[in-house]
Design a protein. Structure first.
Length: 654
């Protein structure tokens, strides 16, 4: 019975052998049983999990192909469902104790033996007299040619390796003075159950966060790492694109109360494994397991951890398994940044702290969620209510653990944008960066604070650091473009906006700034295109996009600006008042611009952010926004600046 069962499993896997995505879930479906039932039965019969069974069957078939077919190791890897030849080579060596190349040579030797045993010509009449003597020079020439060819191949390989390393080294020159660098790729969920995806992502993020605490290593941010999740690139190619030395990859399996994490650390420049190891534990010990993995990686990278770094990495934030699982679910939905997902994340964080009232990380996540809900006006009450909740929970998190960089960053944003306490906010954000120099979000938030108070050169330094850690995050590229625009470097701004647009096509602020750039420079076609795209993003103005050409034909560029104003007014009562104020200012309508800014301030005082989009939070930016140059001496404008405690940064006598 068991033999028939295994035979049926084998037949199904062999039928889907070259399908890289065929996994445990597919095999269970083909067998007509549940994933858990198949797992238990296979474990009982052969002491293998489903993924292991599929992988080992692929490897056995690979060996057969190498021995019996004239195929390269790379060709075989794809035939048996391995998407990465490098990973195939590693798995093959682990299973058989030798490389695919060595097996391939055995197959070639057998082929050569067969060829040597076949007579070339059995008809003596066709043979030339004196063949043995006449062919000796030819054989010698062939032998010499073969030797020369082999030497050329060896030389070419050395040259290729030299040039590859040189090119990698050149692309990595600016890292030499920054020590070691690593990207942690999203760990794969081997369960292939969508409901367990949060767990694999949580494991990835927590290991990454552990590594971020090590000050002498640059760790690429999670968002950029996720950009490469579905790309068919080798570790060296990913490393070269991100200008890092090392790549950490992994796979996670969660079965009942057991967790298996398989980790691979690759020296990307040499394409060599430094670490390839499976870690196992009960769910109750999963936090210790993640600390062990981070320390193991640090050892392999020859990093000397300070006592404080060791203490932080070894710190176990909770011993409550349920609280930790709920926390991971909260983080999973928080990063999606949609209204519905934010609501789910808050629910999970609240349940997590209910399970463990001393779980500082869960309080920190909850504070961030409340802060985002306040910023976007997505709550059922006023934004002020959510702001107060966010601050209360953040202070609770810091009371439990004062070394959480995430909480200090949130508190910095709350003090700055929420209370206009700019110097207190500066201290919190600087502390967040000190605690974790690899925290891209803290560098971004600090850059925004510095931009508000007019420290442009420092703001540029911080946004560049954020981009260095997270070059594939559209928000950072877009904000970098905004800073260039403010400093009248329109070419650099356009370049950054195009980069941001490639990563995320629909952030509206990019297109409204592009429209203003092209309007100022009189570039008609580009101005019309930017305005058209901006109008198409919102359902309420999508139909107006078709009128852009007609408006320009009738009224020229000034007509386009008036049309943009009317289109934004049509979104009332949830229009972007800040954007509207900039358009009024550009058109010379100073009073209307000031009316918009004063309306934002009134709404801000009431805490009703949801009424007019997130413009109320943005109002401090007016102090360092060149779009308002024409009103910066107006008493109404100066009153707003003083109210936000920004007067001394810009207009007071030094």
């Amino acid at each position: 019975m068991n033999k028939d069962f295994l035979q049926r499993l084998t037949e199904i896997v062999e039928t889907n052998l070259n399908n890289e995505t065929f996994g445990p879930k597919d095999l269970a479906r083909e067998m007509g049983v549940s994933h858990s039932k198949l797992y238990r039965k296979l474990k009982f019969i052969s002491n293998q999990n489903i993924s292991q069974f599929i992988r080992e069957l692929r490897l056995v078939k690979a060996k057969e192909l190498l021995l019996n077919e004239d195929l390269t190791a790379s060709e075989v890897s794809y035939r048996v469902g391995f998407g990465s030849p490098t990973y195939f080579n590693k798995c093959f060596h682990e299973y058989f104790g030798c490389s695919p190349g060595e097996i391939n040579k055995q197959g070639l030797n057998k082929t050569e033996e067969k060829r040597d045993s076949i007579p070339l010509d059995r008809n003596p009449e066709r043979r030339n007299p004196g063949t043995s003597q006449s062919k000796r020079p030819v054989k010698r020439i062939i032998l010499l040619s073969t030797i020369v060819l082999i030497l050329l191949v060896i030389l070419s390989s050395f040259m290729f390796e030299f040039l590859f390393n040189r090119s990698f080294q050149k692309s990595d020159d600016n890292l030499k003075n920054k020590g070691k660098s690593i990207v942690v790729l999203p760990f794969k969920n081997l369960n292939e159950i969508a409901a367990d995806q949060y767990f694999a992502e949580g494991i990835t993020e927590n290991i990454l966060n552990h590594l971020c605490r090590i000050k002498n290593i640059r760790v690429v941010s999670r968002i950029t790492a996720e950009h490469f999740q579905k790309k068919s690139l080798t570790a060296p190619e990913i490393a070269k694109a991100l200008k890092v030395n090392y790549v950490l990859d992994g796979r996670v399996s969660k079965f009942g109360n057991r967790v298996e994490i398989f980790v691979q650390l690759i020296d990307a420049r040499l394409d060599r494994y430094l670490l390839s190891e499976k870690f196992e534990s009960e769910m109750s010990d999963v936090l210790s397991l993640q600390s062990d993995i981070a320390k193991k990686v640090a050892v392999e990278l020859e990093m000397r951890l300070s006592p404080n770094e060791t203490r932080i990495i070894e710190n176990i934030p909770t011993t409550n398994t349920e609280a930790y699982d709920l926390y991971l679910m909260g983080r999973f939905f928080l990063k999606k940044r949609t209204k519905e997902d934010l609501k789910k994340s808050i629910d999970y964080f609240e349940k997590s702290v209910s399970e463990d009232s001393d779980f500082a990380l869960a309080y920190s996540g909850l504070a961030e969620a409340y802060w985002l809900r306040s910023w976007w006006g997505w709550g059922t009450g006023t934004s002020r209510d959510d702001y107060l909740l966010a601050k209360k929970v953040a202070m609770k998190a810091l009371q439990l653990n004062g070394n959480l960089c995430e909480t200090h960053a949130i508190l910095g944003n709350l003090l700055g944008w929420g209370e206009w306490k700019w110097e207190e906010a500066r201290k919190e954000l600087a502390l967040a960066i000190e605690l974790n120099p690899n925290f891209a979000e803290a560098h971004y938030s600090y850059s925004r604070l510095l931009d508000v108070i007019g420290e442009d050169s420092k703001a540029r330094i911080e946004i560049n650091k954020a981009l260095e850690l997270d070059p594939y995050y559209a928000l950072y590229n877009g904000m970098s473009g905004v800073y260039y625009y403010k400093n009248c470097d329109n070419n650099a701004a356009i370049k950054e906006f195009n980069r941001s647009y490639e990563l995320e096509p629909y952030p509206s602020y990019i297109h409204n700034v592009l429209f203003k750039i092209y309007y100022k420079e009189g570039e008609v076609e580009n101005a019309m295109m930017a305005l058209r795209i901006f109008l198409q993003i919102d359902d309420r103005t999508r139909k107006k996009a078709d009128q852009v050409q007609e408006v320009y034909t009738k009224s020229g560029l000034s007509g386009l600006l008036d049309f943009a104003i009317k289109s934004e007014l049509a979104k009332s009562p949830t229009n972007d008042m800040y954007y509207l104020a900039t358009l009024y200012s550009l058109s010379g309508r100073k009073n209307e611009a000031l009316d918009c800014l004063e309306k934002i301030m009134r709404e801000r005082t009431l805490g009703n952010t949801g009424l007019i989009h997130y413009s109320t939070n943005q109002i401090p930016v007016i102090a360092n926004d060149a779009d308002f140059d024409c009103i910066k001496k107006d008493p109404r404008y100066l009153h707003l600046i003083k109210k936000m405690d920004l007067y001394n940064y810009f207009l007071a006598e030094k």
